[in-house]
Design a protein around this ligand. Structure first.
Ligand code: FAQ
Length: 353
C-alpha cells in the first residue's frame, strides 16, 4: 500500500518532523543566556513561557493555538457521526481510536495555549460564545462512509502539510505539541487513504461513492489553508516571528502537488478540469477554491455551523457534572495530602523536641 506521506529517505513529511524534533532537542541544549526575543528568534532558538515576548506575539499565538485546539474538538463531530455505522468491527475500532486521538490533540493544544497565560476554561468559553474560530472544514457534512476516507486522505493530509512546518514554530510548547500531533496525523491520513483505496478497487457502486466523496471534499480541503496570500491578515507578521514558516498559498500548492500522484494510485479523479503540470513553474496549475464561500463558512454560514455549535454547547452542558466531580475529587485528594503533610511535619517536630 502506498503510504502517501511516507518516504524511506530524508525527503518525506515524516522525515521533516524527525528533523524538527532533533532541532528542538538541540535548541533545548543551547545556552539562551540573556538573548533578547528578536535574537532568539533569529538564532532559531525557541521562545519558552519564561521568556519575555511582545504582547502581539503572545496574542497571535493564543489566537492560532486556540483556533487549532477548537478545530480538533469540533473536528471530532463529522467523523463521530460514522462510529456507530462503520462497515466492520475493525473499521469501527480504528475510527474510534482516531476520533479519540483528535481529543488528545485538542488537549495538547489547550495545554500549550495555557503556557501563554490563558486558561482552558476561558478558551472553551470563547469558542462557545462564538468569539473564537475553528477550521472551516468541519462545517461540511459526512454523507457516506467514503467521506471518512476522504477526510483522512484530504483533510488530515492538508492538516499535515500545514502542521509539519509548525513543528519548527518559534514557540517551544506549540512546536513540541506539533511533533506528536503530526506523527499521529500521518497515521490518520493513511487510514483514510486505505479506506478510499479499498472502495475505489471494490464494486462500481463503491468506487462511485469514493469519487463522490472526493468531489465534495476537494475544494473545502484547499480552503483549509486560509485566504490567498494577498488577503491574509496575519501571514506576514507570523512569518517574521517564525510562527508560520510558509504562506497559505505556498502550502496549498504543496498539498496539490502531493495529492496528484496519490489520486492516480487511488484511481480517483481530482475534480478540477484545469489541473495540469506546469513545466516552467515545476508545480501544478489548479483552480482556486471559492474564497467567498470560505468567508461565509468562517462567518458562521456554512452547511453545518449551527449544528456543530449546538452539539458542542449541549455536550459541554451535559459534561458539567463530570467536571464538577473531577474538581471535587482533586480537591478531596489535595485536602488529604495537606492533612497528611501537616501530620508528618508535626511528628518530625515532636522527634526533634
Ligand atoms: N477556517 O491571516 P490568515 C485539524 C481565519 S486541522 C477558519 O491567513 P492565519 C486536524 C484566520 O483565523 C485544522 N478560519 O490567518 C483534524 C483569520 O481570522 P482572525 C486546524 C480561517 O492564522 C483533522 C482570518 O481567517 N488547523 O484540525 C481559516 O495567519 C481531521 C485571516 O486568515 C489549524 O488550525 C479556516 N480554514 O492563517 C481534526 C492549523 N483560514 O483570527 C479532526 C494552525 C483562515 O484574524 C479531523 N493554524 N482563517 O479572526 C494555522 O496554520 C493558521 O491559523 C491558518 C490561517 C493557516 C489556518
Amino acid at each position: 500500500m502506498y503510504g502517501n506521506d511516507f518516504a524511506p529517505d530524508e525527503t518525506g513529511l515524516l522525515a521533516e518532523v524527525e528533523q524538527a524534533e532533533r532541532a528542538l532537542l538541540a535548541a533545548a541544549e543551547a545556552p539562551s543566556g540573556a538573548l533578547h526575543f528578536d535574537d532568539l528568534v533569529a538564532a532559531e532558538q525557541k521562545i519558552e513561557p519564561r521568556d519575555w515576548m511582545p504582547d502581539a506575539y503572545r496574542k497571535t499565538l493564543i489566537r492560532q493555538i486556540a483556533q487549532h485546539a477548537h478545530s480538533e474538538i469540533i473536528g471530532m463531530q463529522p467523523e463521530g457521526n460514522w462510529i456507530s455505522r462503520a462497515p466492520t468491527l475493525k473499521r469501527k475500532a480504528i475510527l474510534l481510536a482516531k476520533v479519540q486521538d483528535e481529543a488528545g490533540h485538542g488537549l495538547y493544544l489547550y495545554a500549550a495555549a495555557e503556557t501563554l497565560g490563558v486558561s482552558r476554561e476561558e478558551l472553551v468559553n470563547l469558542l462557545l460564545e462564538g468569539r473564537q474560530k475553528y477550521s472551516s472544514i468541519f462545517n461540511y457534512p459526512t454523507l457516506t462512509w467514503a467521506d471518512i476516507g476522504a477526510i483522512g486522505w484530504l483533510v488530515d493530509g492538508a492538516a499535515i502539510v500545514n502542521q509539519v512546518p509548525l513543528c519548527r514554530c518559534s514557540y517551544g510548547p506549540y512546536a513540541r505539541a506539533m511533533i506528536r500531533v503530526c506523527k499521529e496525523e500521518s497515521f490518520h491520513q493513511r487510514q483514510g487513504y486505505e479506506i478510499l483505496y479499498t472502495l475505489s478497487h471494490g464494486t462500481p457502486e463503491q468506487k462511485a461513492m469514493a469519487q463522490d466523496a472526493v468531489d465534495r471534499w476537494w475544494y473545502p480541503s484547499l480552503a483549509m489553508f486560509g485566504p490567498p496570500d494577498g488577503d491574509s491578515t496575519h501571514s506576514e507578521q507570523s512569518m517574521a516571528w517564525k510562527i508560520k514558516r510558509f504562506s497559505n498559498d505556498d502550502l496549498r500548492q504543496k498539498f496539490v502537488d502531493m495529492c496528484v500522484p496519490q489520486a492516480e494510485i487511488l484511481d480517483l479523479r481530482i475534480p478540477d478540469p484545469d489541473l495540469r503540470w506546469n513545466k516552467e513553474r515545476g508545480v501544478h496549475d489548479y483552480t482556486q477554491p471559492d474564497y467567498a464561500e470560505l468567508m461565509r463558512v468562517i462567518k458562521g454560514d456554512g452547511p453545518c455551523n449551527r449544528q456543530r455549535m449546538e452539539h458542542r454547547r449541549s455536550a459541554h452542558e451535559d459534561g458539567a457534572w463530570v467536571r464538577e466531580a473531577a474538581a471535587a475529587y482533586a480537591q478531596k485528594k489535595a485536602d488529604a495530602k495537606k492533612k497528611a503533610d501537616a501530620k508528618k511535619a508535626d511528628a518530625k517536630k515532636k522527634v526533634a523536641a
